[in-house]
Design a protein around this ligand. Structure first.
Ligand SMILES: Nc1ncnc2c1ncn2[C@@H]1O[C@H](COP(=O)(O)OP(=O)(O)OP(=O)(O)O)[C@@H](O)[C@H]1O
Length: 261
């Protein structure tokens, strides 16, 4: 029998927000498990609770009930082993610090040796193709470059789990596919686990090993689609495979069923 290494377990998460107009029921009841080194993608219509779920997974907000278990331990705050990249990279970078300093900051309390820390930052900036821009400030870079800085910062931290909330949503198509491929390559090299939210079904199928489709809120998991696409992926040949269109059809059908439900 195949032994699965479930590093993260989500047990019956429910979440409602208290507002002045009464409770908003965001997450109905969600349970799933994530294997080590898996690339798990979460899709669902607007307002389905994707960001809420990611924030709970990252230990940033508490669920109303249910439990997240990471390596056998309940998550009660942001775990050291997790890093998060949000869509809003402009606000996630410090404008008054250089690119290099932005990537270095989260490492200050982790790596006390300054030379070692700076060398790791240089390596990460090299990986995302920004070594020559290290001295600049974020606002001097393009949107795609700023998002690369946010990715370099998350990866320099060497997380076991990287949580990404629509990280490429506001980028042009070419930059987006370049960053998709960069992320897949970095993930393959590091063996980290990725949990990734997107609105884009093609991106979900291209990136994911498995896709969770959420129902409308209060959300549950409507369907799970395993992609079974060969690695490494390629923007042209992978998307021409029958398995790609089969997975795409399965995800789109589930989303359509939810929006007409
Ligand atoms: N802080 C909050 N207070 C009250 N309600 C909230 C809060 N955050 C989210 N909600 C509500 O919870 C529900 C789920 O929101 P969430 O942002 O998690 O959905 P989403 O699937 O990420 O949406 P989108 O795809 O549009 O970003 C929505 O009805 C939203 O209005």
């Amino acid at each position: 029998m195949v032994q699965l290494d479930n590093m993260l377990e989500v047990h019956h998460i429910k979440k409602h927000y208290q507002t002045k107009n009464g409770p908003v029921y965001a997450i109905g009841d969600i349970s799933f498990k994530v294997e080590k080194s898996e690339f798990l993608v979460i899709v669902g219509s607007s307002g389905a609770g994707k960001t809420t779920l990611l924030r709970i997974l990252a230990g940033l907000i508490e669920p109303t009930s249910g439990e997240i278990v990471f390596r056998g331990q309940p998550v009660v705050g942001p775990p050291r082993a997790f890093a998060v990249v949000f869509q809003d990279y402009v606000r996630s970078l410090y404008p008054w610090f250089s690119v290099h300093r932005n990537v270095e900051l989260p490492l200050v309390n982790l790596i006390s040796d300054r030379a070692e820390r700076r060398s790791l930052v240089d390596q990460m900036l090299e990986r995302v193709g920004l070594r020559s821009q290290a001295h600049k400030h974020p606002q001097e870079l393009s949107g795609g470059q700023q998002q690369r800085v946010a990715i370099a910062r998350a990866l320099a931290y060497r997380p076991e789990v990287l949580i990404m909330d629509e990280p490429f949503a506001s980028l042009d198509a070419q930059t987006r596919s370049d960053l998709e491929d960069l992320m897949l390559q970095l993930k393959r090299d590091s063996g980290m686990t990725v949990i990734f939210v997107t609105h884009d079904v093609d991106e979900a199928v291209y990136m994911g090993d498995r896709i969770l489709v959420l129902s409308r809120s209060p959300s549950t998991i409507a369907t799970t689609v395993a992609t079974s696409l060969p690695l490494p992926r390629d923007q042209i040949t992978t998307k021409a495979l029958p398995a790609f269109s089969a997975a795409r059809t399965a995800v789109l059908t589930a989303i359509r069923e939810q929006s007409s439900a």
